[in-house]
Write a protein that binds this ligand. Structure first.
Ligand code: ATP
Ligand code: MG
Length: 291
């Protein structure tokens, strides 16, 4: 099983072995196995409904697989893993502009992860909170109401919230959705810097791999609950993705972006990749929809 890590000498931060999940009778994750190494940046790439959020919930311990094993060193077997060794930035988090919550308060909530315990005093929280706001380039936003911040600024605050408990693994579910290209680039660079500076394993879900191409060490590509993983060059290939989807797909380079395009009667997925050695343009491409 390939381990995504700049250094394969260190033990993995996360390992999934033959994980199967059924929800309401649907087989949502199918025999998923991979490992992520310390300090790596991995993209969890796949179209809507592929199983990305479900996979994150399994890693967090919010969902228990019917079969297989999830291992996060430092986590206890049954409890929710968020706020422990796993930091989490969920998909779809909307702040009410009228909510009287400052950016600094949102970050501090990450230190009170054990909600049943006694909260830390503000004096004890202040140091780590300010340090983390600084680390994500949001020191100047501490007093701002979160509801007033831009999408990119909110993402920074949420990353600081997820990191302040010093996790070894950071999961971000579609953190680039709703960001413009500039904010997207800034958040991607921030995440790569965090992985390197803090040796945090960063796992980012996205339906479009293109913004992540410069920073991804590895990719876990998911379609209909099945995964393939490896380096981008190993995974984003027509033969590999055709096997995953169960029908022919092509990997195309278009204006410097990578598209994964289904055959004539199928739909297409926007994919990722780097290197265009396997560029393969079909004579009669099917309907191309950008997801
Ligand atoms: N509680 C549930 N009961 C039944 N089916 C579910 C449940 N939760 C999710 N699913 C189904 O599992 C599949 C995977 O959902 P999931 O939310 O993990 O996809 P996703 O890759 O995160 O999609 P998106 O890109 O839209 O966020 C979907 O078909 C979804 O309808
Ligand atoms: Mg999702």
């Amino acid at each position: 099983m390939p381990v995504s890590s700049p250094s394969t000498t260190q033990p993995p931060t996360l390992t999934l072995e033959s994980v199967d999940v059924w929800l309401s009778g649907r087989h949502v994750l199918r025999d998923v196995s991979f490992s992520l190494g310390p300090g790596s940046v991995t993209g969890l790439i796949g179209p809507n409904g592929a199983g990305k959020t479900t996979l994150f919930k399994v890693i967090l311990g919010l969902l228990h697989p019917q079969h297989g094993r999830v291992s996060v060193p430092g986590a206890d077997g049954s409890a929710h893993r968020s706020h422990g060794p796993v930091g989490y930035v969920p998909q779809k988090l909307v702040f009410d502009p009228d909510m009287p919550l400052r950016a600094r308060d949102v970050v501090a909530l990450g230190l009170d992860g054990d909600r049943w315990g006694v909260p830390l005093s503000w004096r004890r929280r202040r140091g780590p909170v300010e340090e983390m706001l600084e680390a994500v380039g949001a020191a100047h936003l501490g007093d701002a109401r979160v509801g007033d911040l831009s999408g990119g600024e909110q993402q920074r605050v949420l990353v600081a919230h997820a990191l302040v408990g010093r996790p070894s693994l950071l999961l971000l579910d579609e953190p680039l959705a709703n960001l413009d290209i500039r904010a997207e680039q800034e958040v991607v660079e921030l995440l790569a810097r965090i992985a390197e500076d803090q040796n945090v394993t960063v796992f980012i879900s996205a339906h479009d791999m293109n913004p992540l191409l410069q920073v991804m060490d590895h990719i876990v590509y998911i379609a209909d609950g099945r995964t393939v993983n490896g380096t981008t060059d190993e995974v984003v290939r027509s033969d590999v993705l055709s096997g995953l989807y169960g029908h022919h797909v092509d990997v195309l380079g278009v204006h410097g972006r990578i598209l994964v395009v289904a055959g004539r009667d199928d739909q297409a997925q926007l994919g990722e990749g780097h290197g265009h050695d396997h560029l393969d343009i079909p004579d009669e491409p099917g309907v191309v929809s950008v997801l």
